[in-house]
Structure formats: structure tokens, C-alpha cells
Design a protein around this ligand. Structure first.
Ligand SMILES: N[C@@H](CCC(=O)N[C@@H](CS)C(=O)NCC(=O)O)C(=O)O
Length: 212
């Protein structure tokens, strides 16, 4: 069983998407990041950066293995199951490119935009402008990629798509309301979103952390 330490956020949702797609048994351990659950010593022991998601693979050969950072978790699970990440070569390199692109670009920029445009008590125009422009640029990059290939890694659905999907859903449904200037017209992203949304594993994975 995979113990999944998570909360109902875009970063949190990437992992149940994988687990559902791969059919791996898992149990959700809620970490209430609104009330400091991420700073509990037991959680810090597996996720020292005090962020969800994290996993513990209790059935790993040789004893339990814990992993934090969503990209590292997806790579771990892909290698454990032999699914959604090519073992070597160009397809693997493409998958890792877009996985890191999500973890270093789309996630942080959309997260900052959410903070400054939707949550912060003071509306700081330079911060909103900076992050809205960056999200708009990243969405344009994504649209160009999905114009040339069906999936981010190329011909095959991969962990890169799983990492991007919850964030793109958020940008296209939430960010578009509080920062419409951050969302360009992205027909190829929309085609990809519709296709992923129809996958039963994606549907179950997105629903797995529904709360409130
Ligand atoms: N790069 C990290 C980002 C994780 C992240 O930002 N998690 C947020 C929720 S989406 C969190 O746990 N925040 C709690 C905190 O910062 O204290 C990953 O991809 O796993």
C-alpha cells in the first residue's frame, strides 16, 4: 500500500491521478496545511520541506521508502510500476523536461498568481502583473507544445501530463476568473484537457482529494 500524505490542492492531486491510472492501492493520510499539519514532526520526518504531497511506500522491497516533491514521487512510482515514463532515451528526456517545467515554472508561477491576485489582503499591482504575464507566457508555451504533439512527452501519455493537468484545470477554471489577462486562447491545451478529463483514472484521481 502507498500511504499518500496530501491535501486538496493541485500539487496534491497529481499523485492520486498516477495511483488511479496505474491501479496501485493507496490510502490518503490528510495533512491539513491550513492548520499547520505540515509542521508536525511525524510529517517533517518524511517531508522535510513541510509541503504536501509525500508518500510512504510501505511495501517496498527492503523496507518502507518515503518520497517528497511531487515530481520525484511521480518518477518513483513510474519506475516502480514501469508505467508512464520510458526507461531511457528521447521519450524519457521529453517527459522529464516537461515534468521539471511544471515543477519549476507553471506550478510556482500559477501559485504566486493565486496568492497575489486572489488571496493576499493587499492587491499589489506589480506582483499581479508579473505573475499574470508569466502564467500567460507559460500557457502559450504549453499550447505550442500541444500543437506539435498529442501529449507533452510526444506520442504517449506520461507523468508530465499528470503533473500539469491539475494546474491547467486551475488556470482555466479559477485563475481565468480572478486574472483573465493570464489566460490566452489555447485551443491545443483545451483539446488535451478534454481528452485527459475523459480518462476514468484522471477523474478518480481528481476526485480522490475532494474535501469541503
Ligand atoms: N514543489 C513542490 C510544491 C509543493 C507545494 O507547494 N505544496 C503546498 C500545497 S500545494 C504546501 O504543502 N504548502 C504548505 C506550506 O507551504 O507550508 C511539489 O511539487 O511537491
Amino acid at each position: 500500500v502507498i500511504e499518500l500524505y496530501s491535501w486538496n490542492t493541485s500539487n496534491g492531486r497529481k499523485i492520486p491521478i498516477f495511483l488511479e491510472e496505474a491501479g496501485l492501492p493507496y490510502r490518503v493520510q490528510w495533512v491539513d496545511i491550513r492548520n499547520g499539519g505540515q509542521f508536525e514532526p511525524a510529517f517533517l520526518a518524511i517531508s522535510p520541506n513541510n509541503k504536501i504531497p509525500a508518500i510512504v511506500d510501505t511495501g517496498a522491497p527492503g523496507g518502507p521508502i518515503s518520497v517528497f516533491e511531487s515530481g520525484a514521487i511521480l518518477v518513483y512510482l513510474a519506475e516502480k510500476t514501469g508505467q508512464f515514463l520510458a526507461p531511457l532515451g528521447a521519450a524519457r528526456a521529453k517527459t522529464l523536461e516537461w515534468l521539471f517545467w511544471q515543477a519549476g515554472g507553471l506550478g510556482p508561477m500559477a501559485g504566486q498568481l493565486n496568492h497575489f491576485a486572489a488571496k493576499a489582503p493587499e492587491k499589489l499591482a506589480p506582483a499581479i502583473d508579473r505573475f499574470a504575464k508569466e502564467v500567460r507566457r507559460l500557457m502559450t508555451v504549453l499550447d505550442r507544445r500541444l500543437a506539435e504533439a498529442p501529449y507533452l512527452a510526444g506520442d504517449d501519455y506520461s507523468i508530465a501530463d499528470m503533473a500539469c493537468y491539475p494546474w491547467v484545470v486551475s488556470v482555466m477554471t479559477r485563475h481565468i476568473k480572478f486574472a483573465p489577462e493570464a489566460v490566452p486562447t489555447v485551443p491545443h491545451v483545451q483539446r488535451w484537457l478534454d481528452e485527459l478529463a475523459a480518462r476514468p483514472g484522471v477523474q478518480r484521481g481528481m476526485a480522490a482529494l475532494s474535501k469541503d
